[in-house]
Design a protein around this ligand. Sequence first.
Ligand code: MGD
Ligand code: SF4
Length: 706
Amino acid sequence: MPESFLSWAESAPEEMKLVPTFCELCFWNCGLIAKVQNGKVVKVDGNPLSERGRGRLCGRGNAALGSLYDQDRLKTPLINIGKRGEPKWKKATWDEALGVIAGKLSAIKEKHGPDAVALFSHGSGGAFWKHLLKAYGSSYYTAPSFAQCRGPRDVGFTMTFGSEVGSPEFYDFSQSKFIVLLGSHLGENAHNSQVQDLVHGLEQGAKLCVVDPRCSNIASKADYWLPIRPATDLALLLAWIRIIVNEELYDADYLSKYASGLAELKAAVQEFTPEWAAKETDIPAGKIVEVARELAARKPNVVISGGRFAAWYGDDAQRARAIALLNALLGSWGRPGGIYLPAGGGVPEYPGLPEYPEHTAGIPKLDGAYPFALSQTTTSIRNAAITGQPHAMKGWLVYGCNLMKTMPNREETIKAINNLDLLVAIDIVPADIIQWADVVLPECTYLERHDALSLGKFKKFEISIRQPAVQPMWESKPSWWITKELGKKMGLETYFPWKDGEEYLAKRCEAGGINYAELKQKGVLTIEEKSAPYITDQNQPTFDTPSGKIELYSKQLAEKGFDPVPKYKKHPQPPDGHFSLLFGRSPLHTFSRTTNNFLLTDLVPENSVWISRKKAKQLGFKDGEYVRLQNAAGVKSSGTVKIRCTERLREDCLYMVHGFGVHAKGMKRADNKGVGDEELLTGYQIDPIMGGTGMRLNFVKIVKEG
Ligand code: MGD
Ligand code: SF4
């Protein structure tokens, strides 16, 4: 822990100022109250008014000071006078750095048109960057949270219910009677209120089934742990659907009112018997049947959750659809303990802004290959930079995304970057992506800035405000300021009429009839009157599908040449001597964004690679030994990782936590600690329905160090 941190934390107390704001150590956005003394944040606590946290913060949220007072933070704008990947940094003033960016963006627009610039964005400040990009004239904004994360799930549910399952998800776990978690290690994936709801549901007697090749922490508390063979989840789901349909265990009234296509669904799943599924999944047929019956017996107060990170094998939208179909059959959508109907609500944009240039309306897809993509995909933008097709891609603005670790196949990312005329990285620490940037802009952390509002559609509609607890350190600046100044330099000042971040928020609230003074004081406002979470005679659901019903059989998928009911596709299994590489999350880290946080690295400084104890013994590996990993294509990890022998993993898998293996010398605690799974993800499968990148199909072996 740095000495500077200890010295001020122990300094004489003065009157304490409490500043409500919200957390950004992940994107759950829990309300927090920053306690400020002597101009320093000395502690953060949960804001009891926040539905996302209910007065609590998770381990990462509590480590806010480890991010704020990280001495490795970016301190000034930087211009790369060396090569991409081997940078030589020149410190720059804001005026100089923004001048260079404005000049290059204008040149790209003149030569290739505005669509030759794209934004990768992850985090609250990204709203200002998206606004700038649209004002500039491009619609190519994307986030890894779609194609590399929850996009397949959102598309599978939208194809079925006409709606996503939300973020935060609309799961009513606290009232559930049966919960199925499929590849979701909730608890290690520490989304605050969702974990609280799950624990509450279990306390109230909910049954739990966890389907995971690894006995995760939550699997260890389950009634059923089904250690499935990787890549076969769809077989299990289809067998469950068949049992429920054939034994008429579904909610017949609900389906006759709200769904269409039951007969077609029934016909389509007949081949998926429990005995067939047992061979595919390595789960006994009797267990498959038992769980299906137990689950159905508790309908409609059940949730079948496919978790959040859904980009597994390249047919993931169909797996998500099978999950949605099970929820539909059991009538869980709109029912207590199922998937609740979220509150409506919104806050208008800043009033009186000029229209964006015309072609930025809607989402012209970069390539038409993925008809059901809900946004641009990261990989389409990367491909455009590599191939120049369907048009030139020459400038990237990268906000809060560590692209080198986020997208599979690093070589392709480097190829794309090398074709750009400009790469701007906006970050708080000198992460891997920074080494590839031409200009680096230091954003201040979430405890030092105003940001866009966070709007939460829970059972009630919730508005949270981000406001500075302390002034930005060094030369770092908030995104509202950076984008406004950059906009001015490009002649776009009319799009940025706000005096500052506070005025931006106040005006939006005023336009929406929201009491800004109260929001500022409380940090969170809850709008109660828009709440109607469950189906009643007076509160009927609507389904935004072509038929206006829940679509058990999807004509729109059929029309585009896809299976209207999911079909099973066999995926390859590991060749001899190799393992399926599984990856997940640490409860004390968020991807790579917390790997330099000194409070969290004290607790979890590196990742390890899990292997079954039996296999480790056979292969001659010992607990705690440092090894390298090598994939079936021959790519070896650049760093070493510690072996963890365990009984909690299938013998054909290895498991590690994502986010480590940072290669960024400026991040002294994170640099070269552990191994990043993404280095080994040279193979990936793109989901033809929506463009998600299946990344779990790489096989690796362990190689002795030295
Ligand atoms: P990180 O890798 O954590 O997340 O991928 P990313 O969104 O790229 O990188 C976040 C970057 O944001 C870091 O460089 C951090 O320093 C910076 N940052 C943190 N706070 C701020 C801030 O306030 N302002 C700015 N400007 N920058 C900030 C996540 C993505 O990765 C997601 S959502 C998922 S679910 C996928 N997960 C995943 C996986 O589990 N395995 C593999 N192999 N790939 C994955 N890719 C996806
Ligand atoms: Fe912060 Fe944890 Fe909430 Fe995420 S879940 S916003 S890290 S407190």
